[in-house]
Write a protein that binds this ligand. Structure first.
Ligand code: THU
Length: 162
């Protein structure tokens, strides 16, 4: 008989006014990064802000390309930039905001599978959870972690058979 395996994931929903000063500031950075999106093909503008242990914030936005697959999501632009410029710093938190062109409110961009995998690599490398803050419509913030976003994920431990 098959054994059922359940993996629980958690997320919390906040009003933006309930965030700590550090969290609110990171969300503001993600919102400002939306302005730098280069998204002439999808018109879907995404910003991400990575908070490092040393207090530095590294921003990214989606960068599209006429050869569509050559573009990259905001989350990976930001986290790869953080990894490239601050290779020894841990990633504490990532805030993500998105807005379709001309929309009045934000929409939640629940990171794509490739970004979940890319963020998982850094969580696994530092062996500390990375907090995620997703901006949602109506001033809501969904707070979770990379591990919660990618249950049954593949990481460096998987290569060793764990
Ligand atoms: N995109 C992101 O930057 N992050 C997400 O979480 C979802 C999707 C980008 C990729 C592409 O430039 C556009 O949004 C539409 O998919």
């Amino acid at each position: 008989m098959a054994k059922k395996i359940t993996q629980q994931v958690e997320a919390e929903l906040f009003d933006i006014s309930e965030l700590s000063t550090v969290e609110k500031s990171l969300v503001d950075h993600a919102i400002s990064a939306v302005e730098n999106a280069y998204a002439p093909y999808s018109n879907f503008h995404v910003g991400a802000a990575v908070l490092l242990n040393n207090g530095e914030v590294v921003k990214g936005s989606n960068q599209e390309n006429a050869a569509y697959p050559s573009g990259l999501c905001a989350e990976r632009v930001a986290i790869f930039s953080a990894g490239a410029n601050y290779p020894s710093e841990q990633v504490k938190m990532i805030a993500i905001a998105a807005k379709p062109k001309d929309a009045r409110d934000f929409v939640m961009a629940s990171s794509c599978g490739n970004c979940r995998q890319a963020m998982m690599e850094y969580e696994s490398k530092q062996d500390e959870p990375i907090q995620l803050l997703f901006v949602r419509p109506n001033n809501e913030i969904l707070k979770t972690t990379v591990g919660d976003l990618l249950p049954f994920g593949f990481d460096s431990k998987s290569l060793k058979g764990a």
